[in-house]
Design a protein around this ligand. Sequence first.
Ligand SMILES: Nc1nc2c(c(=O)[nH]1)N[C@H]1C(S)=C(S)[C@@H](COP(=O)(O)OP(=O)(O)OC[C@H]3O[C@@H](n4cnc5c(=O)[nH]c(N)nc54)[C@H](O)[C@@H]3O)O[C@H]1N2
Ligand SMILES: Nc1nc2c(c(=O)[nH]1)N[C@H]1C(S)=C(S)[C@@H](COP(=O)(O)OP(=O)(O)OC[C@H]3O[C@@H](n4cnc5c(=O)[nH]c(N)nc54)[C@H](O)[C@@H]3O)O[C@H]1N2
Ligand code: SF4
Ligand SMILES: [Mo]
Length: 577
Amino acid sequence: MKKTACPLDCYDACKIVVDESMKLKGDKEHPITNGYLCYKLNHYFDYPQLNCAYYRGKKISINKALDILEEKIRDSQKILHFRGSGNVGKMQAVTDLFFAKVGATFTSGSLCDAAGQLGIREGRGKNLILPLSQIKKSELVIIWGRNVTSTNPHILPYLNGKTIVVIDPVKTEIAKRASMHLQIRPRTDLELACMLARFIYMQNSEDEEFIENYCENYDYFVDFIRSYRMTTTTQKIGVDILDIATLAELMQDMKTVILVGNGVQKYSHGTEVVRMIDSLGAMLGFHAKEGCGVSFLGDTSVNLKNPFEVDVNRIPKAEVDFSKFDLVFIQASNLAVTMPNTKRVLDGLSKTFSVVFGLYEDETAKIADLVIPAKNFLQKSDIRFSYGHEYVELMPKLQENVNAISEYEFTKEMFNRFGFEGLKSEEEYIEEFKKQLVKDEVGYKVPIFKEMPYKDGFFTKSKRFCFIDDVEDEFDMEKDGFFFITAKCKTSINSQFKRDNFLYVPISANLKDGDKVLAYSDYGEAEFEIRVSEKLRDGTILVYSGNERANYLTPPKSDNYGNGAIFQEIKVKLKKG
Ligand SMILES: Nc1nc2c(c(=O)[nH]1)N[C@H]1C(S)=C(S)[C@@H](COP(=O)(O)OP(=O)(O)OC[C@H]3O[C@@H](n4cnc5c(=O)[nH]c(N)nc54)[C@H](O)[C@@H]3O)O[C@H]1N2
Ligand SMILES: Nc1nc2c(c(=O)[nH]1)N[C@H]1C(S)=C(S)[C@@H](COP(=O)(O)OP(=O)(O)OC[C@H]3O[C@@H](n4cnc5c(=O)[nH]c(N)nc54)[C@H](O)[C@@H]3O)O[C@H]1N2
Ligand code: SF4
Ligand SMILES: [Mo]
């Protein structure tokens, strides 16, 4: 019996027990895994791994594939290194060392949480993880734009016995169980946080001592929240003002943790939305109170010395135009499905030489010129961090596979072929991460993710929390069409594992299960099969991440600061086929 950890891009970062027959089970001793895994890992072996390389559809040896790649790299002026999040082990980034040496362009930001990450950093300086111990001590948990039952399932036992409030336009599973569900209109979270702050301000219940000693810019924040008119803003949010007032009361009376998810920030002003929610928390002193805190997806590389850091030219990930490059190297991403604006992605890829280094024969591999099979997480050594809790897991190699190659082996081979020097051994790199950790009775963890992460102050220049005081937002909320929600699916992790390709509509859309529709936005169109759902608010439609056609509709743009994709910055119209 051996232990490793789940490699997937997930809050939980579960620890796995592997028996002799390679059966995977959740580790009972791990603080979050609690002895069980999720659908995805329970079906891990149902999805066949690539077992050879391909060149333009023909099987070739890995060595031959690397010959072709070498030649192509030598012939190319403009190379793009595009790394996704199919596996979030730290060793994924070892390939950066090689691509930096050949002068490749890299990407900046992400398709994921980059807008919100900046929102947290603007206020706090660093985005530290809220330790599980604080969540345990809380009394009220506000789940804000996070679908915990699907995306963070191992947090559920921590929520037992607490008052749960959910803020989500969709009646998610956790919303059904919650004491209160604010089923707001999409894209109104900043306004909702503003209204909550207004009630707290009106009742003089802000944490004056904390604001005085730990914060700056509070007066401007007050001006900012007062610039929103109560009645029109509440109408925009689309919920009862009494519910907002009740939630404001609960927050004043109870130890409160806010679990903020990705759902609130897939918009042009995503940075400000998260910063506003964080400012609301700061107003009540949550950052320095026992059993309180605001937890967005934490930054796993905070304070880490990263041996794979490279100084390269970068372009915003959501906006990449592949046709501008002679060679595109795609690692651990199925971007033909997961990147915004699929038509533009496919057009771009058709005008370049594309290489996929991945695990599956996914949509991107199917159209790539060259495919290199990667080893899976059981077949290589790694170390993984979590963005939802403070524990770090080692991932030793447990299985041989001669039909695929690891990211480290790939890098080593390319260093040799190009005569580059300076690559250390795989063990040394893992040790460089490991030696930065501390060990407690449960396991390894990052020392800076302490019991009370901001007890000694913040990490901004002034060492104070900096409140938000402005937002730029031009989106026309009343534009014709449905709000487009694209959330995570329980049985897939983005495009991996079992996907859901339906388009969900509210009952009021007057469609029925099985109807075929053409959905269109300012950015593109695609056909979908309908499922009617009572979980949806009127005026909203939903597709899950990993849906083969969702991203035909989405904008190839980044948020206001050029960091994150803005999948939901659209209105979508439907035409029955
Ligand atoms: N099963 C599963 N787990 C996953 C993943 C997966 O694909 N499948 N993906 C992983 C990854 S990469 C990430 S980044 C995380 C993200 O996981 P989460 O943080 O849970 O993010 P999402 O599922 O994108 O969105 C969460 C919720 O936001 C709601 N939402 C949408 N728009 C709005 C809005 O305007 N306001 C509010 N308040 N809510 C809104 C959606 O209805 C949804 O319920 O999950 C990880 N875990
Ligand atoms: N419409 C819409 N689009 C979205 C989202 C959304 O909510 N809605 N979510 C966005 C978010 S938050 C994210 S994080 C992205 C994720 O999007 P991607 O980064 O594309 O991630 P995945 O779809 O999980 O996996 C992509 C591929 O990784 C490869 N892979 C898996 N393990 C390994 C490995 O060990 N090594 C190598 N080399 N390859 C491996 C597999 O071949 C798999 O097909 O999608 C984004 N796209
Ligand atoms: S995907 Fe998430 S919940 Fe599932 S086993 Fe991996 S870490 Fe745990
Ligand atoms: Mo993500």
